[in-house]
Design a protein around this ligand. Structure first.
Ligand code: GAL
Length: 415
């Protein structure tokens, strides 16, 4: 009786009611790789929201951009029978994990999602007709970030073609500024390379990296892609080996370098450093890609927990929160992305996010909306990994273009 009375009082005070009180202690373990300044702020919003709902957040963060290390840690955990409640998984990998029979569906948290999500993205969140993943936001990958003061000092203008890009890079060099800040991990190499593929046109990108068309992969245009990448490399500094993406972003933030090719999670770093788009830095589409948009949609999948046959209340709360309009807005403001949920107001967003949104809509209409290969949206792991190996080998050796193109065509056949 006494306990009931206490619970009743708590409930009346709006603190804990019935089922919520019983769930209060559920621990939700979340595996992700969001550890940079902007990324941690963004995932912190989810943690706070969940804790407000009475759940215990157990952070399982595995550092390493684009998640290679996180994915290795996840496999180990699942094999050991200790799957986390939720993990950051995206694109075709969602289907892979679902086919292992280790995920739970979150249909009951997703009753209105069909009308709240773009159809292309809604489809990715499904396996066997059920929702198994919750999407966070849309990142555009094909961005070039430019330090405004460096551009002004060099007397350059924002490049829209590769010829203009090399002119700006030369001017920066002449002005004593390191033209490009580049990190040194395979996924960063692949991010730049896919940007250059996209600059040959969205159709070329689709044929090469989505359809894996052999004729396109071995075309003279593809050779040109490798040649352009080689030329861009001439503007890197010598210290990029092993460098994390956010350290390269920091070089642009503090004026040590002029430009960086990176998806708009980099904008989360600029925002976190108190920098303003337009006056401190410029976000521009990668030269030659203004009308196209490589998308990268982060999501969480939910693993079946020991002794449970369905999603737990904590997992459902997590899924619901991720797709709630308030969270969608605040997360993207910190993360540099735009909300994936349709109809969320863009009023509080900066010019770069507004441009991302407008360019996204235009690209969808014009057929220029394509999945990022470097960020796990275009191909299954094995294929993407084989292509990534070819690109990284090329970029970290003196390999000639002909050899790289042949290796690429072969890698694209990897299943
Ligand atoms: C991407 C991920 C982004 C960002 C980036 C760098 O793959 O989708 O959200 O975190 O890696 O870590």
């Amino acid at each position: 009786m006494k306990v009931r009375a206490i619970m009743g009082a708590l409930c009346a005070a709006g603190l804990m009611c019935g089922a919520a009180a019983a769930q209060a202690a559920e621990q939700v373990e979340v595996l992700h790789w969001w550890t940079s300044g902007g990324e941690s702020k963004a995932i912190g919003v989810l943690k706070d929201d969940l804790q407000k709902q009475g759940y215990v957040w157990k952070d399982f963060a595995v550092a390493g951009g684009a998640g290679a290390a996180a994915m290795t840690a996840l496999k180990t955990q699942v094999i050991a029978g200790n799957a986390p409640s939720a993990a950051q998984i995206k694109g075709p990998l969602i289907q892979d994990w679902a086919s292992q029979g280790v995920l739970v569906n979150i249909d009951s948290a997703a009753t209105d999602w069909k009308k709240e999500l773009p159809p292309e993205i809604d489809k990715i969140m499904h396996a066997d007709g059920h929702y198994v993943a919750a999407p966070f936001s849309v990142h555009r990958v094909n961005w070039l970030y430019i330090n405004k003061a460096a551009l002004d000092k060099a007397g350059g203008k924002v490049p829209t073609t590769w010829a203009e890009f090399f002119t700006v890079a030369d001017k920066m060099k002449a002005a004593g500024i390191q033209p490009i800040a580049m990190g040194g991990q395979p996924w960063q190499d692949l991010t730049l390379w896919e940007d250059v593929v996209l600059s040959q046109g969205a159709d070329f990108y689709k044929k090469a990296l989505v359809d894996l068309d052999q004729k396109t992969l071995t075309s003279p245009q593809m050779a040109q892609v490798f040649d352009t990448v080689r030329k861009i490399q001439g503007y890197f500094d010598s210290g990029r080996t092993g460098r994390d993406w956010n350290l390269a972003t920091a070089m642009v933030i503090n004026g040590k370098a002029g430009m960086q090719f990176m998806g708009d999670w980099a904008k989360g770093e600029f925002a976190n450093a108190g920098k303003k788009s337009g006056s401190d830095y410029i976000c521009a589409a990668v030269p030659g890609t203004e009308k196209a948009y490589t998308f990268n949609v982060d999501s969480f999948v939910f693993f079946q927990q020991k002794g449970q046959s369905a999603a737990t209340p904590g997992q459902l709360a997590l899924a619901k929160t991720i797709m709630s309009p308030g969270f969608q807005e605040q997360f993207s403001l910190y993360k540099g992305s735009i909300p994936v949920r349709l109809g969320v107001s863009m009023a509080k967003f900066d010019d770069c996010a507004k441009k991302s949104y407008a360019d996204e809509q235009a690209a969808i209409k014009a057929g220029g909306y394509v999945p990022s290969l470097a960020h796990g949206m275009a191909q299954a792991d094995a294929t993407a990994g084989a292509i990534s190996d070819v690109v990284t080998k090329f970029m970290n050796s003196q390999e000639d273009t002909k050899t790289a193109v042949e290796a690429l065509a072969k890698a694209a056949k990897t299943k």
